[in-house]
Write a new protein. Sequence first.
Length: 261
Amino acid sequence: MMQHILVTGGTGTLGRHLVPRLQAAGNSIRILSRSKHEAGNGIEFVSGDLATGEGVATAVQGVEIIVHCAGSSKGDEEKTRNLVRAALGTGVRHIVYISVVGADRVPVKSGIDRAMFGYFASKLASERIIIESGLPWTILRATQFHDLLFTVAQMMAKLPIVPAFAGFRYQPVDADDVAARLAQLTSGGPAGLVSDLGGPRIYTMVELLSSYLRANHQHRLIIPVWQPGQAARAHRAGANLTPDHADGTRTWEDFLADRLG
């Protein structure tokens, strides 16, 4: 049965994988975007800004399901609040949200923690807004995407000496694996907080950076750096990992091979 779905962040890293999957299932897709796009391939675009709320009320009109993928390093809480506020009373019967593994386990209290790890607090706040909204909901927490860690490695590799957080481990997951799970969840009914989704392998930060440098034929000295704060302590304890749900199929090495050729 065709469903009318609004996707926020539909042109982003995750959205570019998710939208074709939702379309292939026979759904009608609308994307909320800050930039203007011409309709094409059966996709409707609505201009709007979640940060200010402008255009969001128009975007949610007539849709049954919202898949909330829009995210950034800060401001997610207010964006989610504006989206939920617009959706209430419109006939939306399911909101699906992508959060992050560790949102409830990485404490973000001090200034140091907020500067480095505020993303976790923002995601947790967004989860609470959705849970308390009265809208039927599904929340999926995923580990860090390959794309994010690739961007971090690119930036760090520009330095003559590359810092790596001592004791930090990551479980990178492929955006397409996350999109596949989200598409499945969207086709079902509201399921609450579902099982986490992580990549197939866990790596130290040194291992991630070293493999990037090798794949990109670069030589840099990597220096472990001790990161202070409660959030960093939680990372060293593995709060951002989900080893029992290593369900992703594509490894970091596979991603590097495809991206760097």
